[in-house]
Ligand binder design. Structure first.
Ligand SMILES: C[S@@+](CC[C@H](N)C(=O)[O-])C[C@H]1O[C@@H](n2cnc3c(N)ncnc32)[C@H](O)[C@@H]1O
Length: 355
């Protein structure tokens, strides 16, 4: 890992929107959403039915290695650079990512990004695009833009707006786009995916036009609670096990609070960083937090197993059934309204200075 990745984790202040660079076009930004502790809804019971109601073109040549998905434990995994990424790429996983897309939009007043990119961006890159949902919606919103979504898996739809295309790429390789740089590079939720975030952010800097913007949105995957109800619970054990496992394989599971420093180290100016709270479960009293928590609960229905299966069976000698039992036990805690998990998610953006 690059030297700057070793810097001790520094949490910025909750209400963040912290800027120390006075950029030319910067007025004082409002926080994305007002930060507040998450109050428990005392009315919810285990019989509460609101949960169910709340949840209601590749340019790369499609070589056989790209489409030759690894099949394991009833799931499929990417074929290109086989083994680089430990979560599946099948329909169940794509549905889960789309639920998370909805969770992120709900938590951010339906804004897909925050960098002040202006009305007519030309070249835009969504790094590690997953189901392609963000890239497709951006392309619809900005017809001026040529939007490229990159991923290890060709799992994006083929019926897409004419100004979006998907490429198969390992974004941890050196980037070669500096002769045709981007106005805006976006990355969301690459924790558990990327081993060297500082390098990736430097590659983004290299391939952004002077005056262009880069925005990363990512987790600190630590399982917390504001009232101590996760302490000693199975869900806390799960996250500790998974975080330790991924980190021992070299992946960063907690990039969120480190992004701001990495952006500054890479040379970005007008850097803004803000922390967002994502509850898990329908226990919050506040309606918006309850909806976020419901989407989060929906996604972990398959997510606990998806994150643990390849890691624990490939590297730690677990059987498929053992992982299924672990996931079921963790899901029981997630559904338990007396346990109040909260995750921190960070939005960070910065501008490449004019030459
Ligand atoms: C957790 S998903 C997030 C997807 C999407 N950004 C979103 O927010 O819905 C991570 C994605 O990154 C992709 N990925 C992981 N490692 C990668 C790499 N080295 N290069 C390109 N894509 C990668 C995975 O295939 C997966 O689609």
């Amino acid at each position: 890992m690059a030297e700057s990745a070793k810097a001790p984790e520094q949490e910025a202040q909750p209400q963040a929107a912290q800027s120390t660079d006075a950029g030319p076009q910067q007025s004082q930004p409002q926080p994305i959403v007002p930060d507040q502790n998450i109050e428990v809804d005392a009315r919810v019971t285990d019989n509460d039915s609101s949960y169910g109601q709340d949840l209601s073109t590749y340019t790369a040549s499609l070589t056989s290695s790209v489409l030759d998905y690894r099949k394991e434990n009833g799931r499929t995994y990417h074929g290109y650079r086989d083994g680089n990424y430990l979560l599946p790429n099948d329909e169940t996983e794509l549905d889960r990512l789309d639920m998370m897309h909805e969770m992120f939009l709900t938590s951010m007043d339906r804004k897909p990004f925050f960098a002040p990119i202006g009305p007519s961006p030309q070249r835009v890159h969504d790094v590690g695009t997953g189901s392609g949902m963000w890239a497709i919606q951006f392309a619809e919103q900005y017809p001026s833009a040529e939007v490229i979504g990159s991923d290890l898996s060709p799992s994006q739809p083929s019926m897409v707006p004419p100004n979006v295309r998907f490429i198969i790429d390992d974004v941890e390789d050196d980037w070669v786009d500096e002769d045709d740089p981007y106005d805006f590079i976006h990355s969301r939720f690459l924790s558990f995916s990327i081993k060297d975030f500082p390098k990736l952010i430097k590659e983004c800097y290299k391939c952004t036009k002077p005056g262009g913007w880069v925005e990363f949105q990512d987790f600190d995957a630590t399982c917390r609670s504001e009232d101590g109800t996760t302490v000693g619970a199975a869900i806390e054990d799960y996250y500790r096990l998974i975080i330790d496992g991924f980190e021992s394989q070299g992946y960063d599971t907690r990039p969120g609070p480190k992004l701001e420093g990495w952006f500054r180290d890479a040379g970005f100016v007008d850097v803004k960083a803000e922390k967002i709270r994502l509850p898990l479960g329908t226990w919050p009293k506040d309606k918006r937090f309850k909806t976020i928590g419901a989407w989060n609960l929906m996604q972990v229905e398959s997510g606990f197993e998806a994150a643990a299966m390849a890691l624990l069976t490939r590297f730690h000698g677990w059987s498929t059934d053992e992982v299924k039992i672990l996931a079921a036990r963790t899901l029981k805690d997630a559904r338990d309204r007396s346990i109040h998990p909260v995750f921190h998610f960070w939005v960070v953006y910065g501008r490449k200075p004019e030459a």
